[in-house]
Design a protein around this ligand. Sequence first.
Ligand code: CLR
Length: 264
Amino acid sequence: HDLMAIHSYNTLEDPYSLYTHSLRNIDELCASIVRSYRETSQYRVEELQALRWKLFCRDEIQAFQSKSVDEMWQHCAIRLTDAVQYVVEFAKHIPGFRMLSQNDQIALLKTGSMEVVLVRMSRFFNTENSTVFFDGKFAGAEVFKSLACADLITAVFDFAHSMCALKLTEQQIALFSALVLINSDRPCLEDRSRVQRVQRSVEYGLRHILHRDNQESLMHKLYQRMAVLRSLSGLHMEKLRWFCQRYPLTAYSLFPPLYKELFA
Ligand code: CLR
């Protein structure tokens, strides 16, 4: 059954044909994206809620702050790569993704995986005290001081606040992250029109969910957030280039291979 759905999204020339528009199909598409999201989300919302009281104490914050720049970068790169691995797993189960060429799958992940991690960050974020679940406890922006990229950290925390303000449901986050990933405007795509067909089906799925939830006005806000995401991943790449120039050896020998493959 799953295979049929995947097949139909890829072979149809017209994504708005009756076939794709049939309600059963769109429900199946949404259900498999939501399932894939749930299976790769690391923590359930209730679990994260229960962990909220776990904050880094003064000494622990001090320990992070006294790390050297390259030590802290390496530490964060490892955590980030961990999160990216779940995003890759999520992508693989988005109907249509696996039917794209390997080159296009990698191109989408190169530009999109950091953005999806930042969307996912909103679940791991406590707006009451501006902290993010990192390394087993909740951490404020000051914990990341030794990365020496305060502007990126500030922008990322601001973005988490603005995502949380939308109060998305788990299903909405699932469909939105799929749409962030499957974007036919990304650079270096071989078969743009095929990516576009998959993108339209995911877009349709998101609209379907928002319509069902009576929250169609969210669509516009989500497109605004996508623009912010783009600038954030651009800033991440800029910082990474700066880091690689200053600490080529750390970047070369101590960054996780997947982090290098996707971003460096
Ligand atoms: C996002 C949601 C994931 C779990 C997770 C793991 C690592 C976290 C990440 C979340 C949010 C962003 C994060 C990251 C580790 C470092 C990074 C806090 C919670 C910050 C923004 C620093 C970026 C540093 C780069 C410039 C190397 O499921």
